[in-house]
Design a protein around this ligand. Structure first.
Ligand code: HPA
Ligand code: ZN
Length: 332
């Protein structure tokens, strides 16, 4: 493996990870047992073998199905602690973590249950692992915008615990414009804005255009199809809008890891970052994703450092945290 020592040593900054996508089969079984839920699998291997997805929709089926074991605040705490420990072992220093409140409130699990468990883990990870993190609340784009707006209002008492809002789930035929009013209100409430533009989706370029020109998000999650439109690439560079690319996720959802596009976009001056997306489903945490990049021909150590520098730059970390991360990167 190429540049292995550097990959391990880099202070990782993760900006695109769904906490529900970090649910490993082992914890799934433990929570199912604790909550008296019968799983249609007899072993962890059987769960892994069931992951046969080859596009976004088939992945999402498994992803939402897995969440049924998450019921109590303690379940969300255990889920997040497992992520922090695993990612910290791969050099995670700072994370902005997505959560999908509607995937739980639609099952009768309260917003408070979800966020209180996540928050407890966040504080513990800071104290015991030295990993600082913030939460991004995602709306599900295949639900109605009215439900997203209601969720936004429900989040307001917890505003100090949420740095921004995002948009995820099934993108096909669910354009960003559908959520323009929700995101305008989120901006007025002081939230930072990002949205998924998944890889190789129908109408991808028009979705990317809406997200950056109309909604005016600060970041785009995935978004690498932008290479097909030089004017939009120029817009990203001029407005310093970053992309959060997820190589191992891309392998499952499309036909390649898109690292060659990442190289091209970085050369064009776009602030691209490397992330894990749903590591328990795609089989790769943040360090594994960096290693995947490092193993590509023509990738050198300066490039790997630049990817971390980009993440620090486009993160929503407080200035003091950004400065500390820059110093950690310089010291490697
Ligand atoms: N795209 C859309 N929805 C998602 C993703 C993703 O990468 N991960 C979890 N939900
Ligand atoms: Zn994602």
């Amino acid at each position: 493996m190429a540049h292995e020592a550097l990959v391990q040593a880099l202070p990782k900054v993760e900006l695109h990870v769904h906490i529900e996508g970090t649910l490993e089969p082992e914890l799934k079984f433990k929570l199912a047992q604790r909550n008296g839920i019968k799983l249609p699998f007899s072993s962890e291997q059987e769960v892994k073998d069931s992951y046969t997805f080859n596009d976004l929709a088939s992945f999402l089926d498994a992803y939402y199905d897995g969440m049924n074991v998450l019921l109590a605040s303690e379940d969300f705490y255990d889920l997040a602690m497992a992520y922090y420990r695993k990612a910290a072992s791969q050099g995670l220093r700072y994370a902005e973590i997505f959560f999908d409140p509607q995937a739980h409130t639609c099952r009768g699990v309260s917003f408070h249950t979800v966020i209180s468990g996540l928050r407890r883990a966040q504080l513990e990870a800071e104290q015991t692992l030295g990993v600082f993190s913030q939460f991004i609340m995602c709306f599900l784009r295949d639900f109605q915008p009215e439900y997203a707006m209601a969720t936004l209002l429900e989040s307001l008492p917890y505003k100090q615990w949420i740095v921004g809002v995002g948009l995820d789930s099934d993108e096909t035929d669910h354009e960003p414009a559908k959520f323009a009013a929700v995101f305008a209100r989120a901006r007025r409430e002081g939230y930072q804005l990002t949205m998924h533009c998944d890889v190789d989706i129908k109408d991808s370029i028009e979705h990317i255009r809406q997200v950056i020109e109309d909604i005016q998000v600060q970041r785009v999650d995935h978004g690498t199809n932008v290479v097909e439109n030089p004017a939009l690439v120029k817009y990203l560079v001029e407005h310093r809008i970053g992309l959060t690319s997820c190589p191992i996720s891309n392998l499952w959802i499309s036909e390649s890891d898109k690292v060659e596009l990442v190289k091209q976009l970085v050369a064009d001056g776009v602030l691209v970052t490397i992330n894990s997306d749903d590591p328990a489903y795609f089989g790769g945490y943040i360090g594994d994703n960096f290693q995947r990049v490092a193993d590509h021909d023509g990738v050198d150590e300066d490039f790997l450092r630049a990817l971390v520098a980009n993440a620090i730059e486009i993160s929503w970390a407080p200035l003091a945290v950004k400065q500390r991360l820059r110093e950690e990167l310089a010291a490697v």
